[in-house]
Design a protein around this ligand. Structure first.
Ligand code: NAD
Length: 472
C-alpha cells in the first residue's frame, strides 16, 4: 500500500524529530518546544454589497511562548487550513531562534482568495479579523505581533494597526502591534524588500564557501549563475532583482498561470512592467511560454528559488529536479520525502527557516523603532557626517592632498535608516549561516543544512527554557 504523504505540520515535526536525535535534551523539553501552545480558529460574517452574508474562517496559532511577544505573518489564501498555519507558526519559532530575534513563533491566516474580493471587502475582513484577535488577546505589542505574508501587504497591516489603535486608545506603544506597515503608519524603510534581500545576502554568503561550492561543481559567487524563480510576488520579485544585480542570469520565472523561459536571461524590471500592463508574466518578449508552471522546477539551472507556496518539491518531481542548489525563499516548499531524494542526489538545500528570515529580522527592527518612537539614524546621522568631514579635512591638511567635494560627501555620509536596516540584516544573515555551518561540520553524522539549522535552533530554545527555570 502506498504510504500517505505527511501533512505540512507533520513534515515540520518530522524535520524536528530528525534534528532532535542530534541533541541530548530530555523528551519533555523537546515536546514542549515541538507542539503548538495555542490554536485559535474562528469564524465571522462578512456582509456583501448585495446584502448577502458570507462566513469567513480565520486562524491564529501561537507556537511557542518561550520568548514574548510571539511573531508571524498573516496569509490570505484559499488553501489556508489549521495544519498549514500550525506548520508555519512552528517554522517561525525556529526561524526567530536561528537569527537571534527575541520572539516566539506564530502565524495567522484567513481562508479567502483575495483576488475574488474588492478592496473594501478586504478592509472589512481585515478589520474584523483584527477585532477577533483583540477579543482573545491574540494581538498586541508585547503579546503577538503579525506581519505580511502570502496574499497580504502593507495595506492590510495599516488596517490592522488602525483597528488595534481604535480598540486600545491611549496605549503609547500600540503601533508596535503589527509590522510591515507603510512608512507613514510607523513602518520602517527596507521592510518591503527585506525577505528578498535576506535571501540574497544568505545565498551570496553560502556561495562564498569555496569548498562547499567545489563539491557541487560550482564556482563561488552569484555572477553567471543560472537561476529559476517560482513566484513573482513580494519575495520572488526582490530575490530575482537582487540576484540579477549581482550578475546572476534569471532563465525562468514561474507563476500560477504558467512559466516563461529564456536561456539568455529575463530582465526582471521589464518583466514586472509587462506584468503590470498585461496582468500576467506570460507572453514576455523574447521568452517562451510554458503552460505548466510547475515544470519550471525541473529546468536545468544552478539555483532554484521556490518563492510561492509550500509543498512544491515532492517525491514525485524531486527525481527530475536538475538544480544544484535549492534556495528556499518560500516557507515549506520541499516535503520530507522530496528532500530525501534531493539529498541523495547531492543537491544543497538552503532551508527556509534560515533563508527567508530577513522579513522577521527587519520586522524586529520595525518593532524596536515603534517602541523607541524615533527613526533610526535621526540622532546620529548629522553628527557622524560632521565628525567624518572633520577627519577628512584633517587628513587633507596633513597630506596636502585634496579630495573632490563629491568624494568627501560620499565618504563622510552618515547612516540613514535604510543603511542601518540593511547593514543589520546583512550581519544577521551572515552570522546565522556561519552558526548553522559550524553546527553542520562539528556534529558527527550531520550532513544537511536543514537538520543543522534545526539542531542549532532547538539548542537555543532549550537554553531559554532552562534559563526560565522551567526545565532544569
Ligand atoms: P505574495 O502573495 O506577494 O506572492 C506570491 C506569488 O506567488 C504571487 O505572485 C502568486 O501569483 C504566485 N503564485 C501563486 N501560486 C503559484 C504557483 N502555483 N506557481 C507559481 N507562482 C504562484 O507572497 P510573498 O509574501 O512573496 O510570499 C511568498 C512565500 O514567501 C510564502 O511561502 C511566504 O510564506 C514566504 N515568506 C514571505 C515573507 C514576507 O515577508 N512576505 C517572509 C518570509 C517568508
Amino acid at each position: 500500500m502506498a504510504q500517505r504523504e505527511l501533512s505540512f505540520f507533520e513534515t515540520v515535526l518530522a524535520f524536528f524529530d530528525k534534528a532532535a536525535a542530534y541533541t541530548s535534551h530530555p523528551k519533555g523539553l523537546l515536546d514542549q518546544i515541538k507542539y503548538c501552545n495555542s490554536v485559535y480558529s474562528f469564524k465571522f460574517p462578512l456582509k456583501n454589497d448585495d446584502g448577502t452574508y458570507e462566513i469567513i474562517h480565520g486562524f491564529r496559532v501561537e507556537h511557542s511562548h518561550h520568548k514574548q511577544p510571539v511573531k508571524g505573518g498573516i496569509r490570505y489564501s484559499e488553501m489556508v487550513n489549521e495544519d498549514e498555519i500550525k506548520a508555519l507558526a512552528a517554522l517561525m519559532t525556529y526561524k526567530c531562534a536561528i537569527v537571534d530575534v527575541p520572539f516566539g513563533g506564530a502565524k495567522g491566516g484567513v481562508k479567502i482568495e483575495p483576488r475574488n474580493y474588492t478592496s473594501s471587502q478586504l478592509e472589512r475582513i481585515t478589520r474584523r479579523y483584527t477585532a477577533e484577535l483583540v477579543k482573545k488577546n491574540f494581538i498586541g505589542p508585547g503579546v503577538d505581533v503579525p506581519a505580511p505574508d502570502y496574499g497580504t501587504s502593507g495595506r492590510e497591516m495599516a488596517w490592522i494597526a488602525d483597528t488595534f489603535n481604535a480598540l486600545n486608545p491611549g496605549l503609547i506603544d500600540s503601533d508596535a502591534c503589527v509590522t510591515g506597515k507603510p512608512i507613514e503608519q510607523g513602518g520602517i524603510r527596507g521592510r518591503i524588500e527585506a525577505t528578498g534581500n535576506g535571501v540574497f545576502y544568505g545565498v551570496r554568503h553560502v556561495l562564498s564557501y569555496a569548498e562547499d561550492m567545489k563539491k557541487l561543481g560550482l564556482s563561488p559567487g552569484l555572477d553567471g549563475k543560472r537561476v529559476v524563480v517560482q513566484g513573482m510576488g513580494n519575495v520572488g520579485y526582490h530575490v530575482a532583482k537582487f540576484f540579477q544585480q549581482a550578475g546572476a542570469v534569471i532563465v525562468a520565472v514561474a507563476e500560477y498561470d504558467g512559466a516563461i523561459y529564456n536561456p539568455n536571461g529575463i530582465d526582471i524590471d521589464e518583466l514586472q512592467a509587462h506584468r503590470k500592463e498585461t496582468g500576467s508574466t506570460l507572453d514576455f518578449p523574447g521568452a517562451k511560454n510554458f503552460e505548466n508552471g510547475k515544470q519550471a522546477l525541473e529546468y536545468e539551472c544552478d539555483i532554484l528559488v521556490p518563492a510561492a507556496l509550500e509543498r512544491q518539491i515532492t517525491a514525485e518531481n524531486a527525481p527530475r529536479v536538475q538544480a544544484k542548489i535549492i534556495a528556499e525563499a518560500a516557507n515549506g516548499p520541499t516535503t520530507a520525502d522530496g528532500e530525501d531524494i534531493l539529498l541523495k542526489k547531492g543537491v544543497m538545500i538552503i532551508p527556509d527557516m534560515y533563508l527567508n528570515a530577513g522579513g522577521v529580522t527587519v520586522s524586529y527592527f520595525e518593532w524596536l523603532k515603534n517602541l523607541s518612537h524615533v527613526r533610526f539614524g535621526r540622532m546620529s546621522k548629522r553628527f557622524e557626517e560632521a565628525s567624518n568631514m572633520g577627519l577628512l579635512n584633517a587628513v587633507e591638511k596633513l597630506t596636502g592632498k585634496a579630495l573632490s567635494q563629491d568624494e568627501k560627501t560620499l565618504i563622510s555620509h552618515g547612516a540613514d535608516e535604510i543603511d542601518l536596516v540593511n547593514s543589520g540584516l546583512e550581519e544577521t544573515m551572515i552570522n546565522a549561516y556561519d552558526d548553522i555551518h559550524e553546527t553542520l561540520v562539528s556534529t558527527d553524522g550531520l550532513d544537511d543544512l536543514r537538520t543543522a539549522a534545526f539542531v542549532s535552533s532547538i539548542n537555543k530554545i532549550a537554553v531559554t527554557y532552562m534559563q526560565l527555570g522551567i526545565f532544569p
